[in-house]
Design a protein around this ligand. Structure first.
Ligand code: IPM
Ligand code: MN
Length: 359
């Protein structure tokens, strides 16, 4: 298969972790005889420095032309500490999601058997966790009207959803549940928010056309508790933009490190793959950040194009690194490995099982 992949390394550790994902995709290319073409463009704080805007036009057009986008990370502390900054790196990613129509953000959360003791949560609670968050990505409070009065003393962000916006991600969530454990949990705050009541109405109606899937409702505050109290109860969690953002960081605690969680952002025409973690500026350039979230995002990219054996080979190689303890400092305090060492190990261990069924 020929794939044109746009690479957006972004800020902080973005370039370092993305380089490891590219290594792995190149190993897949060789092992399975594909042709992947990579083209790189700036986004975020680095793009603001180089081009004066977090999403330069050339970057957007590269992404629109590509078959898929592989994204590193975004954000720089120098803007976080300045509430008056008019332009922020994060706008690059938000504009990109909107422009590419990436309305569904899919974030799998699993507890890896060899990492059970890395989580601060009890083993008995997290063992067997396997759920996936379907986070709406181009609507809600992230994209509603923002206001600040002239005195700068009153501010608001509007949380708005249309039926269509709810419905398109809901179908994806139910289809995914059908192929999994057949349960969808809609997380909302319908006891307070009008937008949540719309979600409930639309999702309940759509749920009727998936009789094999059970639909459950849960308030966001309770979900925040349930996700660490009894995570194995979940299969597909469907939720709006900001709730999904919060729940997925919380979910990463189950996996043992936020450096492990990958995501796919899907639209009708485009797809982008990125770790759920941020730009981790303290680690920038130190070759210590965990590249696995980025590598698993590349595996989700392969999966998206129906390259199942290839994606499986990448995941197997990741498993091997975890089992052998070839991991970064977030997962191992002593005798840990660097970002590039972990990337090299995983890339070298990508094999075609057809040729290596004895391994
Ligand atoms: C994420 C990030 C982004 C978000 C930021 C960087 C804008 O936290 O992808 O989860 O809030 O969506
Ligand atoms: Mn987030």
């Amino acid at each position: 298969m020929n794939l044109n992949i746009a690479l957006l390394p972004g800020d902080g550790i973005g370039p370092e972790v993305l380089a490891q994902a590219v290594k792995c995709l190149q190993a897949v290319e060789e092992t399975f005889n594909h042709t992947f073409t990579f083209k790189e463009a700036p986004v975020g704080a680095i793009a603001m420095e180089q081009k004066g805007t977090p999403l330069p036009e050339a970057t957007l057009s590269l992404c629109l032309e590509a078959d898929a986008v592989l994204f590193g990370a975004i954000g720089d502390p120098k803007y976080d500490s300045n509430p008056d900054a008019k332009v922020r790196p994060e706008q690059g990613l938000l504009q990109l999601r909107k422009a590419l129509g990436l309305y569904a953000n899919i974030r799998p959360v699993i507890s890896h058997p060899t990492l059970l003791n890395k989580s601060p949560l009890k083993k008995e609670i997290i063992a067997g966790t396997d759920f996936v968050i379907f986070r709406e990505l181009t609507g809600g409070i992230y994209f509603g009207e923002k206001k600040l009065n002239e005195e700068g003393t009153v501010a608001s962000d509007l949380c708005e959803y249309s039926e269509d916006e709810v419905s398109r991600i809901t179908h994806l969530a139910f289809k995914a549940a059908k192929a999994r454990k057949k349960k969808v949990t809609l997380v909302d705050k319908a006891n307070v928010l009008e937008s949540s009541r719309l979600w409930r109405k639309v999702v309940t109606r759509i749920g009727e056309s998936y009789p094999e899937v059970t639909l459950e409702h849960m308030f966001m505050d309770n979900a925040a508790m349930q996700i660490i109290l009894n995570p194995t109860q979940f299969d597909v969690i469907l939720t709006e933009n900001m709730f999904g953002d919060i729940l997925s960081d919380e979910g990463s605690v189950i996996s043992g490190s936020i450096g492990l969680l990958a995501s796919a952002s899907i639209g009708d025409e485009n797809a982008l793959f990125e770790p759920i973690h941020g730009s981790y500026p303290q680690a920038k350039g130190k070759n210590i950040a965990n590249p696995i979230a980025s590598i698993l995002s590349a595996a989700m990219l392969l999966e998206h194009f129906g390259l199942h054996e290839e994606a499986w080979a990448v995941k197997k190689a990741v498993d091997k690194s975890l089992k052998k303890g070839i991991v970064t400092i977030d997962l191992k305090s002593k005798s840990h490995h660097s970002t590039s060492q972990v990337g090299d190990f995983i890339a070298h261990n990508i094999v075609d099982i057809e040729d290596n069924f004895n391994m």
